[in-house]
Design a protein around this ligand. Structure first.
Ligand SMILES: [Zn+2]
Length: 435
């Protein structure tokens, strides 16, 4: 415990007191790297705990009685904003490491078509799917897109999410992709949480490039990536590597261009069909997402890499699929698994990380503890933000979620309702946030 809080410029301090269970997610063994295997079950819980945050950072984490004995806390108690957690559960804010929040409307026609039996690919071929979101995004102003995204960020924070990866990908020309990234930046500025922007120019091939996929890939590589990098509007480039979208060769080209311009890389892979992962792993890809279709060989290679496998069960749920990604096999083989919502209007319209945890437990047989690790520290690794996010430790950003439960396992148990009482983002309480 340290009493160095008074060295901060902004003396604004927040004390979370009387925490029943504090899930710190500190590394159980001091091991480096994302959590794998049995370590995913180690949440490093402190009972009857307190957290002091000053100027947006966590300053100390301790037992409640130690916090009360701290001389700085004792002499500044009146100035400290205090949240009495009354024996409830506090954990690091969720890191939602895969979302598509820049769109205008829900896709209700697709929803009904699918209920009456059409597949994801049939809907796309009939002009629905990703392409149907294009028109509205191309027509929208940056401000309209930012407003929609800000609303999503607010709803995410209400359910305990404090860091969000946000992809463009419904503009699909240079102008609208950049407009989408600017909308992400604008919404991020109004929200106290943390947003990581990703260029997903390679989401699907737009109609005007029908049968000219390679020309479209050139546009992504020569215009979108350089412009997004130059204006610092994206930290990653993402590709939907899938039949009907982009081939492995096209993905490689995009990864090469992204790396040349200083962007990290990530990909959607194995959602509808298998793509061998070895080539993608050579690019130090931060995360490969979906992974419903993987072979034993793919799993072995993933386990030997620092690439995070981000599973998005919301898409399987919403598309009405019987099968989910093989989380058990991945974890047991030593792959670093993360969880995210995949928030998007076509296949996963949910902002709820608690619901994702519930699906991870019931449909993918992850333990509640594994699901928490996957949605916090490992998701932070998937965004390469592990030094700032994903655990409750001194020096890290003050990103916290307080749930109205006595036992952390209840977060995944009470599905379909929101038990999150309070979210702290970079030291600011959601209730104080304006926008
Ligand atoms: Zn996605």
């Amino acid at each position: 415990m340290s009493s160095s809080a008074d060295k901060y410029q902004r003396p604004r301090a927040l004390l979370l007191a009387n925490i029943g269970q504090l899930l710190t997610l500190r590394s159980p063994s001091g091991k480096q790297g994302p959590r794998r295997g049995g370590d995913l079950n180690e949440l490093e819980v402190i009972e009857d705990a307190a957290i002091l945050c000053v100027a947006g950072k966590i300053v100390f984490v301790s037992k409640m009685r130690e916090a009360l004995r701290d001389p700085w806390v004792a002499s500044n108690r009146k100035k400290i904003d205090e949240v009495d957690c009354r024996g409830r559960v506090v954990l690091p804010g969720f890191v939602d490491s895969h979302t598509h929040p820049v769109f205008m409307q829900p896709r209700l026609v697709d929803f009904e078509k699918r209920i009456s039996g059409a597949s994801y690919e049939q809907i796309a071929e009939a002009g629905g799917g990703i392409r149907s979101s294009l028109k509205a995004v191309r027509r929208a102003t940056r401000r309209q897109l930012a407003d929609g995204m800000f609303d999503a960020l607010r709803r995410m924070a209400e359910q305990g999410t404090t860091t969000v990866e946000a992809k463009s990908g419904y503009g699909l020309n240079a102008e609208s992709e950049l407009k989408s990234l600017q909308a992400i930046a604008e919404a991020a500025k109004r929200w106290p949480g943390t947003v990581v922007p990703t260029l997903l120019g390679a989401h699907v091939i737009p109609q005007e490039f029908e049968d000219q996929g390679d020309e479209y890939v050139d546009l992504v590589c020569r215009e979108m990536i350089p412009a997004a990098a130059k204006k610092k509007l994206a930290r990653f480039a993402d590709v939907f590597t899938e039949r009907g979208a982009f081939s492995l060769e096209q993905t490689e080209k995009i990864f090469v261009a992204a790396r040349q311009h200083g962007l990290g890389v990530r990909a959607h892979v194995g959602q509808l069909s298998r793509t061998p992962l070895s080539i993608l792993l050579r690019f130090k890809v931060a995360s490969l997402d979906h992974l419903d279709h993987v072979t034993e060989d793919d799993i072995r290679q993933l386990a030997q890499s620092d690439c995070v496998a981000t599973l998005v069960p919301g898409a399987n749920y919403f598309l009405g699929l019987a099968d989910f990604a093989p989380a058990r096999k991945l974890i047991d083989a030593g792959v670093a698994v993360a969880l995210a919502t995949d928030y998007n209007p076509g296949s996963s319209p949910t902002v709820s990380m608690p619901f994702v945890l519930s699906m991870a437990c019931t449909r993918m047989r992850m333990s509640p503890a594994e699901a928490v690790s996957a949605a916090t520290i490992n998701a932070a690794w998937g965004l390469r933000l592990q030094d700032r996010k994903g655990s409750v430790e001194p020096g890290k950003d003050a990103d916290l979620a307080l749930f109205d439960v006595r036992d952390y396992r209840e977060i995944a148990y009470w599905f379909g309702e929101n038990r999150c009482l309070e979210t702290v983002m970079n030291g600011l309480r959601q209730t104080e946030a304006s926008g």
